[in-house]
Write a protein that binds this ligand. Structure first.
Ligand code: E4P
Length: 218
């Protein structure tokens, strides 16, 4: 399973990249705003800065919701760097935009996926990735992981190339369950990625090994 980090924070992206396990980055307009990145030029520059840190797909989201606007913005984003993936919302105009970009060989990530029907449409349009928001489904008492399982079954039934990018991941158990289900990618916060490495028995064991080594080498 590929690991993407879901942030626009350059320090966090660098830290995750230095772990050596990072495959890509996803951003969204809220994450950009959280970092104080505003204005078209600053936003475009920020995407380039991210691409210069991580050698892998970087999702950059369009703001327009009409087809022409999405195409204009998506083409501008795709020209920034070879690793840019144009993030398109799951709306009817978005489906048309995904089809357009697929024909042009521009990679897309269909975002805000909350149902299997939406995932099926996006795959038929030729999306490179689809982003089911599992945490946000869990937040409204709906099983986000069950949706990913359902999409996995549908995509496997028809050998769709579209990759399932589990998004809105909140904690390490989400990551582990996504891996069990066979999600192609997960995108989550640095805290969830780092939490995978933690175990109290590892810490205790290491403490003991170091203490025993120190005793024997006095
Ligand atoms: C997906 O690409 C989104 O950026 C993201 O995962 C949304 O997550 P959230 O529900 O934590 O905002």
């Amino acid at each position: 399973m590929k690991f993407f980090i879901d942030t626009a924070n350059l320090a966090e992206i660098r830290e995750a990249n230095e772990l050596g396990i990072l495959d890509g980055v996803t951003t969204n307009p809220s994450l950009m705003a959280k970092e104080g990145i505003t204005g078209a030029n600053n936003i475009l520059k920020h995407y380039v800065d991210i691409c210069n840190i991580v050698d892998g797909p970087v999702s950059a989201e369009v703001i327009a919701t009409d087809l022409e606007g999405m195409i204009r913005e998506g083409e501008e984003l795709a020209e920034l760097h070879k690793n840019i993936v144009v993030k398109i919302p799951m709306i009817p105009e978005g489906i048309k935009a995904i089809k357009y970009f697929d024909k042009k060989g521009i990679k897309t990530n269909c975002t805000l996926i909350f149902s299997a029907g939406q995932a099926l449409l996006a795959a038929k349009a030729g999306a490179t990735y689809i982003s089911p928001f599992l945490g946000r489904l869990d937040d409204v008492s709906t099983d986000g992981l069950a949706l990913i399982e359902q999409i996995r079954l549908i995509y496997d039934n028809y050998a769709f190339d579209t990759q399932i990018l589990a998004a809105s991941v909140r904690h390490p158990m989400h990551i582990i369950h996504c891996a069990e289900i066979g999600s192609d990618v997960m995108t989550g916060p640095l805290s969830a990625i780092k939490a995978l490495a933690k175990h109290p028995l590892t810490d205790l064991g290491l403490q003991q090994f170091l203490a025993d080594h120190a005793k024997g080498n006095k």
